[in-house]
Ligand binder design. Structure first.
Ligand code: ZN
Length: 223
């Protein structure tokens, strides 16, 4: 269920010598929460209207969580018009009358509507998945689907022979996507994150420790 935004405002704050934008969103949510969006803004969502002063005291009360979140995203922060596609930052130029869905020219993406870019990106990820299906045991014959996920890059439903990946992978470099796919396929061999599980992962993706670390830098894209 998606809640409608009732009101929204923003203001700057200084935290650990850095300036951040705090975006205050009023929605019918159960409880107030903070998150960092992919523009590096601190987003406070709540159902009751918070004044600037109340927001500041809320952030102070939740300082530990806030710093944890800010540390996670210190690597990536996009400007308003920027697009992160497969780990590369592009300048996004929206032209509603553009003759094709989108076009990449150097570091710029011209596009009619942004979802056309991500639609194709998901198709590319699905192709990667199909390629790995050949590598892994054929009898698994797993299917793939995408959906938005809050905390995970992928899920493996062993009995249903189904792997679900988050749509946020469109922002992640392709070598890290491969790790996510390998990881999920290995769950067909070992269900839990045991020592044996990672031995399997290592067979197909030797540099998995490095990939896992790098992937964390992109966690700000998980909505
Ligand atoms: Zn797993």
């Amino acid at each position: 269920m998606k809640y409608k935004v009732k009101s929204e405002y923003s203001f700057p704050i200084i935290r650990n010598d850095k300036t951040y934008t705090v975006r205050v969103i009023r929605k019918d949510v159960k409880r107030a929460s903070i998150a960092i969006n992919h523009h590096g803004e601190i987003v406070l969502t709540s159902s009751s209207p918070y004044t600037k002063q109340e927001v500041v005291s809320f952030l102070q009360k939740n300082a530990t969580i806030l710093d944890k979140l800010l540390n996670k995203v210190s690597f990536i922060s996009l400007k308003d018009h920027e697009i992160m596609l497969f780990g590369t930052i592009y300048e996004g130029v929206c032209i509603p009358t553009f003759q094709t869905n989108y076009k990449i020219e150097g570091n710029t993406i011209y596009y009619k509507e942004i979802h056309y870019i991500y639609q194709d990106a998901l198709k590319e990820i699905a192709k990667q998945f199909e390629a790995f299906k050949q590598v892994f045991d054929q009898h698994i014959n797993a299917t793939i689907s995408f959906r938005k996920m809050k905390t995970r890059w992928g899920v493996c439903y062993i009995r249903k022979k189904k792997i679900v990946l988050t749509t946020a992978l469109v922002h992640v470099p392709k070598d890290l996507i491969q790790y996510v796919i390998v990881h999920e396929f290995c769950h067909f061999i070992e269900a839990n994150h045991s020592k044996n599980f990672y031995l399997e992962v290592k067979k197909y993706y030797p540099n998995y420790l490095d990939a896992r670390k790098k992937l964390k830098q992109y966690s700000c894209f998980l909505p």
